[in-house]
Design a protein around this ligand. Structure first.
Ligand code: RAM
Length: 393
């Protein structure tokens, strides 16, 4: 399912609460209180996990202010019963600390814990690898964190470290990109199948469902992109016999690498009609390149998943027509509430378990036969010239 630009005008509140579904795809360091801090990585951490400079950080996401914030004193009573403990410490471990998307998501987590009287520590490496995240898991254990919220750079390689954390009593929540480890909850940004299939539909509608296409992805081990790509392939097989996927390249959510693999793609496939980049780093890199190579922009349709704040200029100058996303700030906020609720024993991870996520209201855990227990934030939104100015994240 997808929100299309004409389904509504954005009012600055959670996408999930306002949207009308129009299009259905098959769906099936140091820490201090009340502020996000970036933990100093351990000696084994590759590069310092620093908060990106303000210039590279997109405008703050549209989290509504005080009106929706629960009272700061006392405890917050979620619908499922039980109370969230004060003073919780939650480690947010994004894919990396430089990606503006991840920064916005982590900010959402910080807002959630602030509402709940706890703190967030943001810690990760600067490259999208499991190895760069493991020191941050170790730091969370050493720091006696109550919960870890992690965007997995790899589905399996983080499991031994996360198991150590769980053995130390730390609750584990994955968000954005899942891990295939036991006993954790996955906060999914939107239905995985719906994202994958609708990305292909978005491109198909602009290339007459015909021609060679390619994917510019993030890290080759990223669980989220790989799951979306699997459904893109299914959608192509099911609905678009005249579209041919000729290549998938991986830019590791690093702008320089994304540009290099994009240029390789373009020279290897001179007849390319379309590119899907299901990563905010990939699509913004490609859009920037196309905006200065107008011949390419005329010949090749670009779409994917992007931040409106990064893509606005390229929609306005006609480099691309449309792309999709959800509100990453809400994703982090929901993950923060889930982590705090789990750490407080408000709910346990089982099918049908319920918890309340502040301004985003109520969520129910579902346990699919072949995947992680999860909750889904909501529906993706399509952005184009008609609505791009309504979104600030
Ligand atoms: C990038 C990251 C992230 C993904 C978004 C759409 O920022 O790869 O994991 O969810 O794009």
């Amino acid at each position: 399912m997808l929100h299309t630009p004409h389904s509504r005008q954005h009012k600055g509140v959670a996408l999930v609460s306002l949207c009308v579904a129009l299009l259905a795809s098959a769906c099936g360091s140091s820490s201090k209180t009340s502020a996000t801090t970036t933990a100093a990585p351990t000696a084994t951490t590759p590069a310092a996990a620093t908060t990106p400079a303000a210039a590279t950080t997109p405008a703050a996401a549209t989290t509504p202010a005080a009106a929706t914030t629960p009272a700061a004193s006392g405890t917050t009573a979620p619908a499922a019963g039980g109370t969230i403990k004060k003073g919780l410490k939650v480690y947010f471990i994004p894919k990396d600390t430089l990606n503006p998307y991840e920064v916005i998501a982590d900010d959402g987590g910080t807002s959630a814990l602030k509402e709940l009287g706890g703190t967030v520590v943001v810690s990760s490496g600067t490259e999208d690898t499991a190895a760069a995240q493991i020191p941050s898991i170790q730091a969370a254990i050493a720091d006696k964190a109550d919960a870890i919220v992690i965007a997995g750079n790899d589905p399996d390689a983080l499991c031994p470290s996360l198991a150590q954390a769980q053995a130390a009593g730390i609750k584990v929540v994955a968000f954005d990109s899942d891990v295939k480890c036991p006993d954790h909850l996955f906060i999914n940004q939107a239905d995985t199948e719906g994202i994958g299939r609708s990305q292909v539909d978005l491109l198909a509608s602009q290339i007459d469902s015909t021609g060679e296409i390619a994917i510019l992805s993030a890290a080759a081990t990223a669980t989220n992109q790989n799951a979306w790509i699997d459904f893109m392939k299914k959608q192509l097989a099911d609905k678009y016999p005249n579209m041919k996927l000729v290549d998938v390249v991986y830019g590791n959510d690093d702008p320089a690498t994304s540009l290099t693999v994009l240029q390789g793609l373009l020279s290897a496939h001179p007849n390319l009609k379309g590119i899907i980049s299901p990563t905010t780093v990939g699509i913004s890199t490609a859009a920037q390149y196309f905006s200065t190579h107008k011949d390419l922009a005329k010949k090749i349709v670009l779409t994917g998943l992007g931040l409106p704040s990064q893509m606005r200029a390229y929609i306005k100058d006609g480099t691309l027509k449309s792309f999709a996303l959800w509100n990453p700030n809400d994703l982090g906020y929901l993950a923060g509430y889930a982590a705090a609720s789990l750490a407080s024993g408000v709910f346990t991870i089982k099918d049908g378990a319920k918890f309340t996520a502040g301004k985003l209201k109520d969520y129910t855990v579902s346990v699919p036969a072949d995947g992680s227990p999860n909750v889904v934030l909501g529906l993706p939104q399509v952005f184009d010239l008609s609505n791009i100015d309504n979104f600030q994240f």
